[in-house]
Design a protein around this ligand. Structure first.
Ligand SMILES: Cc1cc2nc3c(=O)[nH]c(=O)nc-3n(C[C@H](O)[C@H](O)[C@H](O)COP(=O)(O)OP(=O)(O)OC[C@H]3O[C@@H](n4cnc5c(N)ncnc54)[C@H](O)[C@@H]3O)c2cc1C
Ligand SMILES: NC(=O)c1ccc[n+]([C@@H]2O[C@H](COP(=O)([O-])OP(=O)(O)OC[C@H]3O[C@@H](n4cnc5c(N)ncnc54)[C@H](OP(=O)(O)O)[C@@H]3O)[C@@H](O)[C@H]2O)c1
Length: 448
């Protein structure tokens, strides 16, 4: 299926006769169609992990599409509604030039031949009139998002706990507000963005200390352990005991009488419409590691994936990959041989690890990737390069913004409601120079 953002780059090549975008939702914007802003049918079928007052955790200057700044009145860290508006405005230029098929669920994507440059048959469910359609395309971009299916680690005793106390185990996808945790003993498992966000909201209301179990951080913030003000940071849970609601941690610490367990352990990859694809290895929701540069399926180069990597900034990252796809499929850029692509996959697996680890491009890997793909795009054949849409390139300022984004978020939160007036990093108290001098974090008090 095509996504509107990726279509801009395909359109810029002027090499494709028809571009169709299928999305099961009723409107553009993916998961930024938060529950409070979606039509009722969408809310029930596709609950969003983004709740209505969630704010961005990345400054607009790096979160944005490369050539599309957010409007000047938008705060440095916009809320979900402002991001949705931004996405819809971006899509306005694209929609008139493509075949837009909203409320169309892609059920199955099958290769027409068993060769690397095969065309594809799509089985699609037109939800509005409950019809099943068959369509064929020369190439398919898979851009179905990676935050749909919650991941929870398989920990001994968890199934029994859930059976005995079903209301007490939740995943952050379904977290909306801290109310139910008032004066309760709460354990948060996973301490990346969702864990940090929910901990900040729950800690002021729950019984102290809030228990937080972490494996690793998110690659930007330093990991810490032990008691901190209001919270107790613990290692991973190794056992649940439903009888007395006790939990055992990897360092043999034990906590009893736990009222709620909130998994903030992220998501599994999910490609149900590719289940009939020969050789497609999902590895238990751990992503497709048979892709060259995380984009092209090495067995079927007419099948590409957008924003599969984790810990990246989605919008510019999608543009980067879209620029590569558009250049390769228009014939202006060539892919290496099968052997070389396979070698890239094997080497990357060796360096990063298998499964989910293969996909983790925590800073600075995300920034390096954006610039490597930019360099690759520069090799595309073109008589007049200016007429093609350029991919993003990140300079020192973007890299600094990326690695400082957590500090910026914490600094703006310390301004309480006044934070909505913060429109620039300078408003937030930060200054970029060749030798960056951000205000030391100690000057800020976390929210709550
Ligand atoms: C809680 C949370 C907060 C986040 N906050 C930020 C942030 O502050 N800043 C930031 O830059 N990023 C943030 N992200 C990352 C976010 O994922 C990206 O911003 C962006 O939404 C990714 O876009 P996407 O198009 O890849 O996926 P999605 O937004 O998930 O869109 C995928 C679309 O594909 C459709 N689809 C899926 N399967 C099918 C099918 N079979 N048939 C038809 N359509 C289908 C879905 O309906 C959906 O509309 C956040 C993510 C989460 C989970
Ligand atoms: N705008 C916002 O404010 C906001 C809020 C929430 C989320 N988000 C975005 O949403 C996306 C998903 O974020 P997320 O935090 O939900 O998922 P995530 O980034 O995948 O993080 C999941 C965390 O759970 C940990 N974990 C996994 N298994 C564990 C275990 N057994 N015990 C303890 N910890 C375990 C992981 O550690 P390992 O990495 O070591 O496996 C990781 O730190 C990200 O793009 C994020 O930026 C944004």
């Amino acid at each position: 299926m095509f996504d509107h953002r990726k279509s801009r780059y395909l359109l810029s090549e002027k090499a494709f006769t028809k571009i169709s975008i299928f999305d099961q939702r009723s409107n553009v914007g993916g998961i930024w169609n938060t529950d409070s802003r979606s039509p009722a049918a969408d809310i029930a079928a596709y609950p969003s992990p983004i709740y209505h007052d969630m704010e961005s955790n990345i400054p607009t200057e790096v979160m944005r599409y490369y050539n599309n700044p957010f409007p000047p009145n938008v705060p440095l860290l916009p809320d979900a509604g402002q991001v949705l508006q931004y996405l819809r405005a971006y899509a306005e230029d694209v929609i008139p030039h493509v075949e837009m098929k909203l409320r169309h669920e892609v059920i199955d994507v099958t290769p027409l031949q068993r060769n690397r440059s095969t065309g594809w048959k799509l089985n699609v469910h037109a939800l509005a009139n409950d019809l099943f359609l068959e369509e064929s395309y020369d190439a398919v971009v898979v851009a179905n998002g990676r935050y749909n299916k919650p991941y929870e680690p398989a920990i001994p005793g968890l199934d029994k706990w859930r059976t005995q106390h079903p209301e007490t185990v939740l995943h952050s996808k379904f977290y909306k507000s801290p109310q139910r945790f008032k004066d309760k003993k709460v354990l948060i498992i996973g301490f990346s963005s969702s864990g940090v966000n929910t901990a900040n909201a729950i800690e002021p209301v729950c019984a102290k200390p809030l228990l937080i179990s972490q494996k690793s951080g998110d690659g930007l913030s330093p990991g810490s352990k032990g008691f901190q003000e209001g919270r107790f940071l613990l290692p991973p849970v190794i056992e649940f005991n439903a009888e007395d609601k006790t939990v055992l941690f990897a360092d043999n610490t034990m906590e009893s009488g736990i009222d709620y367990v909130l998994f903030c352990t992220g998501y599994e990859y999910e490609y149900p419409f590719l289940s009939s694809l020969p050789g497609f290895e999902l590895g238990g929701g751990e992503g497709n590691t048979k892709t060259y540069q995380y984009i092209f399926h090495i067995d079927f180069v007419t099948l590409s994936f957008i924003t599969m990597p984790l810990r990246v900034v989605a919008f510019p990252f999608a543009e980067t990959q879209a620029a590569v796809v558009a250049r390769v499929w228009s014939g202006r850029l060539s892919l290496p041989s099968y052997q070389d692509m396979e070698m890239w996959v094997n080497k990357t697996t060796e360096i990063r690890g298998p499964g989910k680890a293969f996909h983790k491009l925590s800073y600075p890997a995300d920034a390096d990737y954006i610039n490597e793909m930019y360099d690759w795009c520069q090799q595309a054949r073109a008589e007049n390069a200016e007429k093609f849409l350029a991919p993003p390139i990140w300079g020192e300022r973007e890299r600094w913004l990326r690695r400082t984004s957590h500090d910026i978020r914490r600094a703006t939160e310390a301004h309480g409601k006044e934070r909505f007036a913060i429109k620039s990093i300078e408003d937030a108290g930060f200054h970029y120079s060749e030798e960056p001098t951000a205000k030391p974090l100690e000057e800020y008090k976390p929210k709550g």
